[in-house]
Design a binder for this molecule. Structure first.
Ligand code: MSP
Length: 525
């Protein structure tokens, strides 16, 4: 039976439409899921929307619509955006779905009955935009550590005994180095856990916030949005549902990989594991926090910073799959990077237009011109051919290792290295010249080139599924795309008919784009 693999994105707030930062998380997760499918794993990919809480209520109020109408509208925009970016999620979770609300209430009830949740009079500082409580000592110059405004509140609330799990969590993180990645984020969490952990306020009085899941044991309160949202990772895979779904949950849950942005580290590496411990459940396998796309002035790209790039506009500029390629390739997964249209275009031109696309059109063109469109015989007499074959056969395991190490940029980088090696090889064997004097040598160069392209096509298929399926057909390779076929050199059948192909990745001229398109801005609803 195939290995189960469960991967998630954060579920997105619906106070606004997605920008490139949200698209990044989702594309990278889609690509990781795609690689696992290619490796033959039984993959389940969850994404969705986080629809309750103050942010949604305020956004609805500002637009003069009901919260439900507002969340329905924005959730549809988010889902449509991911569909337009060919994100192949298995479930689009919405926290307003009835089955999710029931799971949240069941968990709350269970924890309440076990005295993991208690009522307590609370006085402190609350930040609306972060939906977080702060104590006096947490504040920096009267604001949250990230500079957001707080208001003083005093009220009775329900608390989850998070502090009780502090030492167990520290021990778990120390014993499981892969649990929080990259290593810097693991240290950051351990650093955070050096100070005493407070209990977590998990309720909001309805008088202050009506838009949430009602507490099953007190109808005057709704559930704190993070407590509600985090549980989507369980409800979305079948937890506390009918037998078949529960079985799915049990099989997939321990394999869970949560891909998140570094802005939501503590909620995922402290709140979430302690909630799971209280529920008596295993922890996810890995929580990976990636970096941010920054604005030209170096701050996190977000609506409040006033500079956002709409993913669908970039897609319209450069094409969907090259854009997906850029997102995965350009950021070292885990680090920050600045975004600019110029970077996207340069990357696409140098690696896709010049590298991959050029080798494909040149080789198919020569096969048509000198070999009647039939794949030449497989020979490997030239030392450069042997060297390239040896290199090509090492790429699939290297890509697999990079994906298992959560280094998608490196997986793509391995294929790029192979394409560079191919370009150099073509320069050495120069089939465009040798075809006139030494046809077998040209044939050897072209067979080897088509084979390397076939291997690259399989290995890049999770990043650019449609383009790579097209490339595989163009080099004469039909059938299902399988990882095992990328491990072997020499599967193309000589004498198979192929045709010359037009450039798969036409060069994009920066000048013309700057002139012809308006500045990138968020999409209007
Ligand atoms: N709703 C919560 C998550 C709940 S998960 C149980 C949330 N939503 S969000 O819409 O604000 O952001 C979701 C994610 O978008 C972030 O964690 C991060 O992954 C991604 N990004 C948002 N802005 C980003 C950048 N500028 N750059 C890269 N990713 C960023 O937080």
């Amino acid at each position: 039976m195939a290995n189960p693999f469960y991967i998630t994105t954060p579920i997105f707030y619906v106070n606004d439409v997605p920008h490139i930062g949200h698209a990044y998380t989702t594309v990278v997760t889609d690509v990781l899921a795609g690689y696992h499918k290619l490796f033959g794993d039984e993959t389940f990919f969850l994404t969705g929307t986080d629809e309750h809480g103050q942010k949604s209520q305020n956004a609805a109020l500002a637009r003069g619509v009901t919260p439900q109408a507002h969340v329905d509208e924005i959730a549809a925009v988010v889902q449509r955006t991911w569909d337009e970016m060919h994100i192949k999620y298995d479930i689009f979770m919405r926290t307003t779905a009835e089955f999710h609300k029931k799971v949240v209430q069941d968990c709350l009830q269970e924890l309440f009955l076990r005295d993991e949740i208690y009522l307590h009079e609370y006085e402190g500082w609350y930040c609306v935009s972060e939906e977080l409580f702060y104590t006096e000592k947490d504040l920096v110059n009267g604001k949250t550590p990230s500079g957001k405004d707080v208001t003083k509140i005093s009220e009775k609330n329900y608390f989850f005994r998070m502090s009780k799990y502090q030492s167990r969590l520290i021990e778990y993180i120390e014993k499981n180095p892969d649990f929080i990645q990259p290593a810097g984020k693991r240290s950051e969490t351990l650093g955070f856990l050096k100070s005493p952990l407070s209990d977590l306020c998990i309720s909001r009085p309805k008088s202050r916030l009506a838009w949430g899941i009602e507490l099953p044991f007190d109808k005057t309160y709704v559930t704190y949005v993070w407590f509600d949202a985090l549980l989507n990772y369980l409800s979305g895979i079948g937890f506390k549902q009918e037998a078949a779904k529960q079985a799915k949950f049990e099989r997939f849950w321990p394999t869970a990989v949560h891909i998140i942005g570094k802005d939501i580290l503590t909620t995922h590496t402290v709140y979430w594991p302690t909630m799971l411990m209280a529920l008596g459940l295993p922890l996810p396998k890995t929580i990976f926090a990636h970096g941010w796309w920054l604005t030209p002035t170096g701050s996190k790209m977000s609506k409040s910073e006033g500079f956002v790039v709409a993913p669908l506009q970039v897609k319209d500029l450069v094409g969907l799959e090259p854009f997906r390629y850029f997102l995965v390739r350009d950021i070292h997964f885990g680090n920050d990077a600045s975004f600019s249209t110029e970077l996207v275009i340069n990357r696409i031109n140098s690696e896709l237009a010049n590298g991959l696309g050029n080798s494909l059109s040149r080789s198919t063109n020569l096969v048509e011109k000198y070999f009647g469109g039939l794949i030449p015989q497989k020979t490997s007499d030239h030392p450069a051919t042997l060297e390239l074959i040896a290199k090509a056969e090492k790429v699939a395991p290297a890509v697999k290792a990079a994906i298992l190490a959560l280094e998608p940029h490196n997986a793509v980088g391995q294929v790029v290295e192979l394409i560079y090696a191919l370009s150099k090889y073509l320069d050495i064997l120069a089939p465009w010249t040798s075809a006139k004097t030494n046809l077998p040598l040209a044939g050897e160069a072209l067979y080897t080139t088509l084979e390397v392209l076939r291997i690259a096509g399989i290995l890049l298929s999770p990043v650019m599924p449609e383009k790579m399926a097209e490339l595989l057909r163009q080099v004469g390779f039909e059938g299902a795309i399988k990882y095992a076929d990328a491990e072997k050199f020499g599967l193309l059948v000589p004498q198979t008919k192929i045709s010359k192909v037009p450039p798969m990745f036409p060069r994009i001229e920066l000048a013309s784009i700057v002139r012809e398109t308006p500045p990138l801005s968020p999409r209007k609803l």
